[in-house]
Design a protein around this ligand. Sequence first.
Ligand code: UDP
Length: 475
Amino acid sequence: MGKLKFFFFPMMAQGHMIPTLDMAKLFSSHGVDATIITTPLNAPHFTRSIQRTHHSSISVLTIKFPAVEAGLPEGCESIDQISSPDMVPIFFRATDMLQDPLERLLQDSRPDCLVADMFFPWASHVAAKFNIPRLVFHGTSFFAMCALQTLRLYKPQRTVSSDDEPFVLPNLPHKIMLTRLQLPENDRHGTETDWTRFLRKAEEAELSSYGIVVNSFYELEPDYADHYRNVLGRKAWHIGPVSLFNREVEDKAHRGKESAIEELECLKWLDSKKPNSVIYVCFGSMTDFTVSQLYEIAMGVEASGQQFIWVVRKGKNEDEENDEKWLPEGFEERIKDKGLIIRGWAPQVLILDHESIGGFVTHCGWNSILEGVCAGVPMVTWPVFAEQFYNEKLVTEILRIGIGVGARQWQMRVGSDCIKREAIAEAVKRVMEAGEEAEGIRSRARALKDMAKKAVEEGGSSYADLKTLIQELSS
Ligand code: UDP
């Protein structure tokens, strides 16, 4: 039999495209021909890296993204370009329109497998038309998938009478408490909404698919990898952490968008600091902070007394970009030897993997958490939206490798429930300053780093699961 041919079709979001490219590299290193399907403006994100690393068995196919037809501005092809929450459903409408072009691609190319994002529930049906097995990629943890499923099945949020009264997520291996405030607004009362209807569709698509691939490793969340498979009865293969396949500096430095800082400049700055002495502060590709919240972050990291790298996403419109009201007066002058502000995109994995990084303030996006785990760094958790409040629980309560900053509310734009500078400084100090608590966190984080590395090496749990999947599909 010839080489297996896999198509990968990620959601147009950095948090999905970045791990998909890593996955394609991983599968190709196991002898699979990988093709990534994406839209024209997202294609360079993949082609640049493929050309640089000479991965000849990975190719890219593009399909037109109907931005204008769906009601989005021309050129809006990635969800992180969206400037208001109202545009999210429109973006989804545009992605639904990709169904026909995908069908034509599958008809012409007949791959052996389609790995399509959970945000494309219709992909199961399209693949089935041509008898092509479809795998689902959620881009999150087993833990978050189990928690979401429990919420859907039992609606425990209905058992409490106020938004800040904690309730237990039933039937999970650990006692996990949440409040309604930590759920998306339209999920707070357990009623049917467009979002819950979408999730049901995605679940049906998953149940009719061949199974799911998970960017995680067994040793990180064994109870939940088992729960997902044995209690919820799903077919899943864990194959991560896929970011570990970026071994060279070049690969680590060029993931996702173009960095706003030269890698050499960044490394030089990091090299000048002592081991474990810098806290890295970054909130992923989508988090939107108000000016006043950014101001509090600045004051908080300064008050922590720690050295830091702070990644500030630029505003989405020109005014915000040029207006730096979030920067306290004289801040850059005061922190000049201590802190580095990166305005825009940072080479995150390159930074995290540097020995001078001693902690990570994260919004708990799953890729960021895994990258933090692979680097063995303690975390300060500050979940904002999506499934980030679940991921925080895994980090702070189950793995115990992080400390929460005290985020209480799920919100698309962080500001109304502002986290104060004192809370930020306190959490940062707790992970960075010497002491029993910090040592415990650091040693557990280090142990997980080793486990992550072992999982993807020959004989490791993720390596074995990937082999099993490929063998199963070959026969
Ligand atoms: N990332 C990066 N530089 C940045 C911001 C983000 O390289 O300045 C990468 C990060 O390493 C991760 C991805 O973008 O791989 C973000 O995914 P995550 O799931 O953490 O969060 P999301 O952006 O989806 O909320």
